[in-house]
Design a protein around this ligand. Structure first.
Ligand SMILES: NC(=O)c1ccc[n+]([C@@H]2O[C@H](COP(=O)([O-])OP(=O)(O)OC[C@H]3O[C@@H](n4cnc5c(N)ncnc54)[C@H](OP(=O)(O)O)[C@@H]3O)[C@@H](O)[C@H]2O)c1
Length: 220
């Protein structure tokens, strides 16, 4: 079924994968609600670490249907080994707020908007670095917070099935963005195109899955 004319809300639309996903989705006929913590022209304000920010945006949307909720905003602080002094309580807090509380707040706030859709979907942009099956050591905050994001996706998929809402977690690849760096092996176009295909294909049949941008299953 075509998604032309359907509505997608994207968090972290200011740059990187989220930005490109918005552009590609619009080019394929989606209406896109672009959100950012510091919105530019045409964007709506949403700081994913704040429950109040989600509630304010939900009020502004006033029941508007959301067919696909794409929870993309992310941060990657304190890389590497535990000797890195950036492993602070504040860094742990910010990552958990951004990657775990944010998606939870979004699903809770936008539940009426999702329920208004005939094909509601929630895509949580996680990371292979959050997979226990691929534990590579180091970058503890990022890995643990993305693992929690994948866990959240699994539990939301279970709970929201009765509401007809599909939920899945995705790994966008190692992508050349500010976060991924110029050394990454994938262009942002290829990643965003793959994620858009995954979002198109997300339904109750594959709800609860954890897939790469190009559709490979990843061990939890
Ligand atoms: N790039 C990779 O290789 C890679 C690999 C695996 C997973 N991922 C995941 O893919 C997603 C996108 O990554 P990216 O590479 O596009 O990163 P990026 O270029 O660093 O962009 C991050 C985006 O998240 C937004 N953001 C951060 N905190 C926010 C907040 N509190 N509220 C609203 N927006 C916030 C940023 O907004 P500002 O402009 O306001 O900072 C920016 O738009 C992230 O979840 C990341 O963890 C990326």
């Amino acid at each position: 079924m075509s998604d032309e004319g359907k509505t997608m809300l994207v968090t972290g639309a200011s740059r990187g994968i989220g930005r490109r996903l918005c552009d590609l989705a619009k080019a394929t006929g989606w209406h896109v609600i672009e959100t950012a913590r510091t919105p530019k022209d045409g964007m709506l304000q949403l700081d994913v670490t704040s429950a109040e920010s989600h509630d304010a945006l939900a009020a502004e949307l006033n029941g508007r249907t959301i067919d696909a909720l794409v929870l993309n905003a992310g941060i990657y602080q304190a890389r590497g080994s535990m000797e890195n002094p950036e492993y602070t309580a504040e860094a742990f807090t910010q990552a958990m707020l951004t990657h775990v509380a944010g998606p939870f707040f979004a699903v809770r706030a936008f539940m009426p908007n999702l329920k208004a859709s005939t094909t509601p979907r929630v895509a949580i942009i996680a990371s292979r670095m959050g997979s226990n099956a691929h534990a590579g050591g180091g970058s503890y905050i990022y890995r643990a917070s993305k693992a929690a994001a994948i866990n959240l996706a699994s539990n939301l998929a279970k709970d929201l099935k009765a509401e007809g809402i599909a939920v899945a977690a995705y790994h966008p690849g190692w992508v050349r963005t500010d976060m991924g760096s110029a050394a990454a092996d994938l262009g942002v176009d290829e990643s965003a195109k793959g994620l858009l295909d995954r979002i198109d294909a997300l339904s109750l049949v594959n709800s609860g899955s954890f897939l790469t941008y190009d559709g490979q299953a990843i061990g939890f």
